[in-house]
Design a protein around this ligand. Sequence first.
Ligand SMILES: NC(=O)c1ccc[n+]([C@@H]2O[C@H](COP(=O)([O-])OP(=O)(O)OC[C@H]3O[C@@H](n4cnc5c(N)ncnc54)[C@H](O)[C@@H]3O)[C@@H](O)[C@H]2O)c1
Ligand SMILES: N[C@@H](CC=O)C(=O)O
Length: 503
Amino acid sequence: MSLSFNTTTHSKVTDAIMPYLKDARLVRELAYINGKWVYGNDDIAVFNPATNDVIGHCTQLQPPQLDDAIAAAANAFPAWRDLLADERAARLLRWHDLILEHKEDLATLMVLEQGKSLADALGEIDYGASFVRWFAEEGRRAYGDTIPSHIANAQLATLREPIGVAALITPWNFPHAMITRKAAAALAIGCTVLIKPASETPFSALALAELAERAGFPPGVINVVTGRGADICAALCRADPVRALSFTGSTRVGKLLLEQAAGTVKKCSMELGGNAPFIVLPDMDIAEAARAAVAAKFQTAGQDCLAANRIFVPRSGYEAFLEAFAGEMAHIKVGNGFEQGVTMGPLISHRAVAKAQEIVDDAVTKGARLIAGSQHSAPGPNFFMPTLLADVTPQMKVFREENFCPVAGVLAYDHLDELIPLANDTEYGLAAYVYGHDIRHIWQLLRGLEFGMVSVNSVKMTGHGIPFGGIKQSGLGREGSRHGFDEYSQIKYYCLGNLPGGR
Ligand SMILES: NC(=O)c1ccc[n+]([C@@H]2O[C@H](COP(=O)([O-])OP(=O)(O)OC[C@H]3O[C@@H](n4cnc5c(N)ncnc54)[C@H](O)[C@@H]3O)[C@@H](O)[C@H]2O)c1
Ligand SMILES: N[C@@H](CC=O)C(=O)O
């Protein structure tokens, strides 16, 4: 039995948010189940990583309440599935418009709970909203096929059908767009959804639920379940009515969920960790390459699955590149995401800062040069200053692991033939960057690099129309693009036999 409390009562600390917002009703601290705001019997604090202030609390559901949410999504599925694609699209487009109408408030919530700069947060809202519009339109083109029959007097064809209830589990680094990239595809094709946001950043997800309610999504179609990740996700994996599991997060957790989902043979899509190489070709201008590498490395304070983790530079230009990179790095302004001109916010927690320091210490102990990166000037305990390491080797953590922090590792190479195996020397395979002009070298790398996405001469590679995803241990499936429905739908083949002969 779900308890639904008076939703106007906010814990006193949520007043830490109120002065920042125009629309106070976007701040929700309760779970959203079957069109109601539901209180678990416990809650956890939500922190501003820039200041360590408690900005609010988020309720933690208990397993029986999760059963209510799963039942609500299952009960709402048939009616949502049977709407016309145009009717689903109308609600998605209204949701899209409301997201953009409340862009500043949504970005403010994101800065408060995730820490990124206000400019980055506003950009993420635009990015996230673009998936809602994209899939609203794609839903009108979810075609099947007709098949030339090999059976006499028969007609053969396929239907693309929604798979049913989809569980969407998302990370804290992009707390808005990683939800809409999944939810919009699932909803547009006719699925109902159970969204489980990261415990660090629940408010972005709950604000999306508030706006979805205002957009007219029927009760049970969109649900946001909050609580301890391991417990909630295990329960979702065990639940047979949940037919699709879409996870964005670390490879470690992705593997756990794949194991847990096997028991009910769920359709799983995994957007996991990355360890992107950034390759500078011999004919590339060093200063331009350094500018691009800094942008690719320090986006989201390095807490980005696409961050350039390992930077490969021709030996002939190595020292010049290091000097240019350090010079560009010096332009990064580290601070509170609300401060004018800040381009890099805090890490998500002090644990993340300790991990970053561990990566630097490991590299230096194993022979790397610390070219730049003094932590003395960090403006708070959760900040880590941009750091540049040279003479990195494959034995170092900065090379081997997804370091997810503002620490750049740079290596020199002599020949492309040695470079490709080195760039591929990782269990990850999400994204790679190539900067240069020789089309033969570019093509050799495009084909030789074992990554799901390769961007040539552009740091920006993502968007609603591209198939986002990785290979190897960076994931399964694709999000966005015309492929985005695959994770939430199934093909039904049918044969109409014994038809009257002739035309
Ligand atoms: N490939 C992509 O599109 C993409 C995009 C964003 C982030 N990421 C990856 O996400 C990671 C950072 O995000 P994160 O720290 O939130 O990842 P995470 O794996 O720690 O958590 C992701 C989600 O899983 C839940 N979770 C955590 N531990 C769990 C457990 N034991 N069992 C079940 N669920 C659990 C969390 O509550 C959260 O909602 C990085 O590896 C990054 O590369 C990938
Ligand atoms: N920057 C990525 C999110 C990964 O961390 C994206 O654009 O999807």
